[in-house]
Design a protein around this ligand. Structure first.
Ligand code: FES
Length: 116
């Protein structure tokens, strides 16, 4: 049997929401619920503490890297001082083409969302 973790009431997973559930960051990007593994590929920040930007990307709370939640790939590298390191952002974007964030499967039962 596949292990499931309760996320919470489906009605509370409104666009722009993100929360942690087990090893996943679960949220809603532009009306589409998603679940991705919650450790940033850069330095391991908890992506469940991040945010959703205007393009629907998941933004890392530590250094602002962006992720496409559908593919799990980084679409913008770490910002701040890290953005000044030549090739760093491109390197992480390439890394997540090979090792994207994992994606969980969401299921809703009786108004409650679960991830597995
Ligand atoms: S830990 Fe996520 S961008 Fe640095």
């Amino acid at each position: 049997m596949t292990h499931e973790v309760e996320v919470g009431p489906a009605a509370e997973l409104v666009p722009g929401t993100i929360r942690g559930a087990g090893r996943y960051a679960v949220g809603n990007s532009a009306g589409e619920p998603f679940a991705v593994t919650r450790r940033c590929r850069h330095l391991g920040a908890d992506l469940a503490g991040g945010s959703i930007d205007g393009d629907g990307c998941l933004v890392c709370p530590w250094h602002g890297a962006n992720y496409d939640v559908a593919s799990g790939r980084m679409t913008r590298g770490p910002q701040g001082i890290f953005a000044k390191v030549p090739g760093l952002g491109a390197g992480f974007k390439l890394l997540t083409r090979i090792l994207p964030l994992g994606r969980g499967a969401l299921v809703e039962r009786d108004g409650t969302m679960f991830v597995r």
